[in-house]
Design a protein around this ligand. Structure first.
Ligand code: M6R
Length: 608
């Protein structure tokens, strides 16, 4: 996720671009850049770090004359954060400048072809291929060149483009990445999101997939992929700026929960080709995969919970023994690390001090390490031998939701890959499981659509003192995360227990009306879990059950049932966690807590 802006009009462009980027910094903030055209030269300034570095460099834009320009705030995907990888990117003669949000999936192939034709690349980004491809196709008609590029590139993009030969035109194109056009009084704008234009206008047009836009100071025209003009109506934005930054959602956490279908899709799609799994960044030979003797998953908090789920998946599918450690424990417990072990460090931020220290410990002992990381170029991403990115984009809310979902997907894919290479899954079985994975985004959407029902239920529990989450196997891992979500944002005491363990002590805490959330998604454990539900109910508990759609027996066993759609039992976490996230969220909102910034917590824990 990155943010792009563009302006053409009567005012100086650079301050408007910087102001717009400031509203989009939540979309990425590892570097920023602007390109401004004064009719003679397209001047480009970029800087690694937060936007304020670029603002200082350009004296808030004052040093860049010109009334036409594009800008970008970056969340690195291809190539670490650096001045070179920052956008805008341009062709060799610096006559075409491009800003891009999205991922060009076939960029390696295109890069190779362009290199063979003599193009030289300055950055490691996927975006730079767009600049050179535009150069390749440009024969005087920008729209024609842009359309040709759109036919060649695969993946997602929102593009803002300047052509030196067209000083009175700003070009834009879109597929699968958001892009709007704002119609201002003294000029027109493009942006990844509404907040960037609200200061100048409330009249916006939404560009749809595979459409282009051409903006002049006083005109806006839209075209389809055949170059035919299309007519659009503008929408008047009623939200205030604060709501607009959150895409109209009340909190970042809610917005991020709603981004989960896309996050799952983005983490999955580049690694699934037809019915096979290709994890390029893993770069392990089949022989190396076959020789893995043990996997150690090391992480903190929610990332650790994904590791507990993954243990069941790796062991069940690939039959590789797995140990899961809290990073803060791993580093001091003198773990036994076999020569052929693989250490997975899972981290959204890539900066968690304990996880980083655990990584260094493993590396120091000569064991292979693989980071599953969200922030490109972060410490863990840089230091791990290999890194597999989760494509969740920036996560602002302290309580993780979408990054957690992406971490699960990354580990499912690894487990499937390992299982297939080690001869534990046939091609047909792999294809069927991939089919289930591909359905997850749609199923998550369905669960999110049920939010009102969960909100009503949550409102009954805003005064709760203790809540227990129980489950067996993968359901226990889901319970751990459900419980953490609730306590971190609602400050209600909550514990997760392996359902069979409750009677060894904790059950003494159950009294009349205590809420017990039971997660029951593992068919082979239905009966056992139902017995545990009976145990707590007879002691007065009110039982909320999250179970599979076919387990209608649950209506008799529990007091309140939430169903999740059918999927492979190894993947139920990705679905069952959604109502639990919503429950925590609405309890927190009902109590009036600071949902996005709960007390005592930080997004990235960089101290021991
Ligand atoms: O950035 P990381 O994934 O390494 O962070 C790990 C934990 O600090 C994090 O998951 C934390 O538990 C979240 N607040 C949970 O919502």
């Amino acid at each position: 996720m990155c943010g792009i802006v563009g302006y053409i009009g009567a005012s100086q462009a650079a301050p408007i671009l910087l102001d717009g980027l400031g509203k989009l910094e939540y979309r990425g903030y590892d570097s920023a850049g602007i390109a401004v055209y004064d009719g003679k030269k397209i001047q480009v300034k970029k800087a690694i770090g937060r936007l304020k570095v670029l603002s200082e460099l350009t004296h808030d834009g004052a040093t860049m004359p010109g009334t036409l320009g594009v800008g970008h705030t970056r969340w690195a995907t291809h190539g670490a954060p650096s001045d070179l990888n920052a956008h805008p990117h341009y062709n060799k003669e610096e006559t075409i400048a491009v800003v891009h949000n999205g991922i060009i999936e076939n960029y390696l192939k295109l890069r190779k072809k362009l290199t063979e034709k003599g193009y030289e690349f300055r950055s490691e980004t996927d975006t730079e291929v767009v600049a050179h491809l535009l150069d390749y196709y440009y024969k005087g008609d920008p729209l024609e060149a842009i359309t040709k590029v759109m036919h060649r590139v695969e993946g997602s993009y929102a593009l803002g483009i300047l052509f030196r030969e067209h000083p009175d035109r700003l070009y834009a194109a879109r597929k699968d990445s958001p892009l709007i056009v704002g119609q201002g009084k003294d000029g027109n704008l493009i942006a990844s999101d509404v907040p960037a234009v609200l200061k100048y206008t409330r009249e916006v047009y939404f560009i749809r997939n595979e459409e282009t836009a051409v903006l002049t100071t006083d005109g806006i025209a839209f075209y389809n992929m055949d170059g035919e003009e299309i007519v659009k109506n503008s929408t008047t934005i009623e939200w205030d700026l604060n709501a607009a930054e959150k895409g109209g959602y009340e909190h970042f956490m809610l917005k991020e929960m709603y981004e989960q279908p896309k996050t799952v899709q983005d983490t999955l799609k580049p690694r699934v080709k037809e019915n096979t799994i290709e994890i390029e960044e893993l770069s392990m030979t089949e022989e190396e995969i076959r020789s893995i003797s043990r996997i150690h998953i090391v992480a903190c908090g929610s990332a650790y919970h994904t590791g507990i789920t993954a243990k069941y998946v790796f062991e069940g599918l690939a039959r590789i023994p797995v140990e899961v450690d809290l990073a803060s424990e791993f580093r001091y417990r003198n773990p036994i690390l076999e020569e052929d072990a693989l250490v997975l460090i899972v981290s959204q931020s890539g900066e968690t001090a304990d996880s980083l220290a655990a990584l260094r410990e493993a590396k120091g002992r000569g064991v292979k390490t693989l980071g599953i990381v969200n922030v490109v170029g972060s410490s863990i991403a840089r230091e791990a031998d290999k890194v597999m990115y989760t494509w969740a984009g920036p996560e602002i809310a302290v309580a993780t939701t979408k990054a957690y979902s992406a971490q699960l997907i990354a580990q499912y894919l690894l487990a499937l890959k390992f299982a297939q290479v080690r001869g534990r899954l046939t091609a047909e079985e792999t294809a069927a499981m991939l089919g289930d994975l591909k359905k997850l985004p749609g199923q998550i959407e369905m669960l999110l659509a049920n939010k009102e029902r969960i909100q009503k239920f949550a409102n009954r529990y805003i005064a709760a003192k203790d809540v227990f989450f129980i489950g067996r196997g993968i359901d226990y891992a889901i319970s751990l995360e459900g419980s953490l979500k609730l306590k971190e944002i609602s400050y209600i005491h909550s514990e997760a227990y392996a359902a069979g363990e409750l009677k060894h002590g904790t059950i003494s805490l159950i009294e009349e009306g205590t809420l017990v959330a039971a997660v029951v998604t593992q068919k082979d454990l239905y009966k056992k879990s139902m017995s545990n539900i009976v145990e707590v109910r007879t002691r007065g508990a009110f039982v909320l059950a999250v179970t599979n759609v076919d387990n209608t027996e649950m209506e008799k066993a529990a007091d309140y049932v939430i169903y999740i759609p059918q999927t492979n039992p190894y993947f139920t976490n990705s679905l069952a966690i959604i109502p639990l996230q919503l429950f925590s969220y609405y309890v927190s909102v009902g109590k009036g807590c600071d949902v996005d910034k709960p007390r005592n917590l930080a997004k990235s824990v960089t101290v021991e």
